[in-house]
Each structure stands twice: as structure tokens, then as C-alpha cells.
Design a protein around this ligand. Structure first.
Ligand code: CP
Ligand code: NVA
Length: 308
């Protein structure tokens, strides 16, 4: 690839219009696939996928997405690479850029992602860091809009821990023009970077401690695991976050037709009850499916194909 590579690292690197363009392509690809259309937009391209941590949805959806677009993937575990023997991210990026057409990486340190992207000469896609999970939230916005139409002006509630998925939702609220009420216990409030993003978002995003207040009249209620990859204090978290469990009582305070989302994997009985996640308001499996379609559009954007 010549010129500056098109990385997909964080939602706030984009305008709302650019992200909307990707979502429109995602919708077209999804509709087309249901009619048996598989445009070979990435024929013969190779995506390397590096996983420093576990994944089900991200690895399978990127793999299948590349195949549907005519490309191929290489699945690499960080532990099996020389990265685990302290080869630098930069050297790894330089070498891999000579072999493959794009890199998707899941790595806890956001700085490591940025270092890799800074040295890569092919597109790099963020498959989750401790700081952000932008591919997930693209699928979430797509899912909301499939069920409820344009997300502009919608009231979104986040309940539970403060983490990477929330951080990308803070960016999405600003970029897509919706409001976001976040309920997190004070001891778990975000660190500097995310706190700064919340403050900069102005009135559209508010951080409070009361989950009932956060979900009042919400069009969408979201939660996520209380113990993210890299967290070491699981027992304390499960104790402290218990009042933030999303159950039918909490959902009853949201708008009558509010949707429920969770990026999965879910810890049933902790952050969400079976009744809610398996109930009529839950769209968690549509959300998981849309990882595939949203990421195909992100890949097309990164390669500059599909009119993006
Ligand atoms: N939601 C998500 O990223 O799932 P995986 O960890 O299974 O990839
Ligand atoms: N917040 C979770 C998301 C998993 C997809 C984690 O970082 O583990």
C-alpha cells in the first residue's frame, strides 16, 4: 500500500459523517449477504489478526468477514510471536507490513496499539484495548438503528463498570448526537483520559452514581462485564457492583420499548439477569451478528473500496 495507511483506532479520529458512511455500507453488505451477494471487494487481500487476549466474536467475525469479501486471514497469538520475547511493536509492525495487507490487533495497552500503528505501513484496526473498543460500538449503533431508526437524539444509559466499551460509547454519543447517562459507583469512576472525554462532551454525557436515575426514560440500556480483561480484583468488583445489576426492576424504569445491549461475553447473574438478557427487549445477538457487517465496512474503508 502506498500513502498514509487508513487506521481504525478510535472513534474520535473520525467525523460523524465518516462513521455514518461506514454504517451505510455495513447495512448494504448485510442486506446483500441475505440475498446471496458476496462482493469480492478485498479479493486476495490478507488480514493478519494478532490476539494478545482471548476473543470469540472479534476473531470469528473478522475472519468470516474477510472470507466473505474474498480475502484471507492469518490468526496469530501474541504469545506465539516474538512479541512475547520482547521484539518491539514497531519492529513487528515494520516486518508484518512487508507481508500482509492489514493488521487487526487486540492488545490491552492502548499505547502499544498506537506504537504499532505509528510504525505500520498498512492499515491497523483496533480489536479492543483497555482504552477503547470502537468496532463494538459501531455494531451497537448499527443495531440500535436497525430496531429504532436514527440514533440522533436517542437517550442511552450505561450501567455498571467504567471500561473500554463505555469509552467508545462516550465518543459515539458526541459523534452521532445522542445523550448518554452513565451510572458507575464513585470508586470505579474513569481515569484521566476517559474523564476528560466525558467532561469535553458537555451536557450530552453525564456521569452519576444512581442506576435508576441513569435509565429513566432511556431508549437503550447497556451494560458490560464487571471484570474486564486485565482487571485483577474480580471478587471486590463483584461485591461493589452488585447494586448495578441490570434486572427487570431496573429495566422497568427505562422507556417502555427500551432496548437492552451487552457486547458479550455476559456473566449471567452478575451484571445482567437471565430474564433481561433473554427477554424481549434484549438485542444482544443482533448486536453480536452486526460485528460481522460493521467490521466488513470498516475493512472496506481501510482499503478505500466500496465507495468509502
Ligand atoms: N464483544 C467482543 O469483543 O467479544 P469477544 O471478546 O468474544 O471478541
Ligand atoms: N470490557 C470487556 C469487553 C470484552 C469484549 C473487556 O475488556 O474485557
Amino acid at each position: 500500500m502506498t500513502g498514509t495507511p487508513r487506521h481504525f483506532l478510535n472513534l474520535d479520529d473520525f467525523t460523524g459523517g465518516e462513521l455514518r458512511g461506514m454504517l451505510e455500507l455495513a447495512r448494504e453488505l448485510k442486506t446483500g449477504l441475505a440475498e446471496g451477494k458476496r462482493p469480492q471487494l478485498l479479493k486476495d487481500k490478507v488480514l493478519a489478526m494478532i490476539f494478545e487476549r482471548q476473543s470469540t466474536r472479534t476473531r470469528v467475525s473478522f475472519d468470516v468477514g474477510m472470507r466473505q469479501l474474498g480475502g484471507e486471514t492469518l490468526m496469530l497469538s501474541g504469545q506465539e510471536m516474538q512479541l512475547a520475547r520482547e521484539e518491539t511493536l514497531e519492529d513487528t509492525a515494520r516486518v508484518m507490513s512487508r507481508y500482509v495487507d492489514a493488521i487487526m490487533i487486540r492488545i490491552l495497552s492502548h499505547q502499544d496499539l498506537l506504537d504499532l500503528a505509528g510504525a505500520a505501513t498498512v492499515p491497523v484496526i483496533n480489536g479492543l484495548t483497555r482504552r477503547a473498543h470502537p468496532c463494538q460500538v459501531m455494531a451497537d449503533v448499527m443495531t440500535f438503528e436497525e430496531h429504532r431508526g436514527n440514533i440522533r437524539g436517542a437517550k442511552i444509559a450505561w450501567v455498571g463498570d467504567s471500561n473500554n466499551v463505555l469509552a467508545s460509547w462516550v465518543n459515539a454519543a458526541e459523534l452521532f448526537g445522542c445523550s448518554l447517562s452513565i451510572a458507575v459507583p464513585e470508586d470505579y469512576w474513569p481515569e484521566k483520559d476517559l474523564m476528560g472525554d466525558i467532561q469535553n462532551a458537555g451536557d450530552a454525557v453525564r456521569l452519576i452514581t444512581d442506576p435508576h436515575e441513569a435509565v429513566r426514560d432511556a431508549d437503550l440500556v447497556i451494560t458490560d462485564t464487571w471484570v474486564s480483561m486485565g482487571d485483577t480484583d474480580a471478587a471486590e468488583r463483584r461485591r461493589d457492583l452488585k447494586p448495578y445489576r441490570v434486572d427487570t426492576n431496573l429495566m422497568a424504569g427505562a422507556s417502555k420499548d427500551a432496548l437492552f445491549m451487552h457486547c458479550l461475553p455476559a456473566h449471567r447473574g452478575d451484571e445482567v439477569t437471565d430474564e433481561v438478557i433473554d427477554g424481549p427487549q434484549s438485542v444482544v445477538f443482533d448486536e453480536a451478528e452486526n460485528r460481522l457487517h460493521a467490521q466488513k465496512a470498516i475493512l472496506c474503508w481501510a482499503f478505500g473500496v466500496g465507495n468509502l
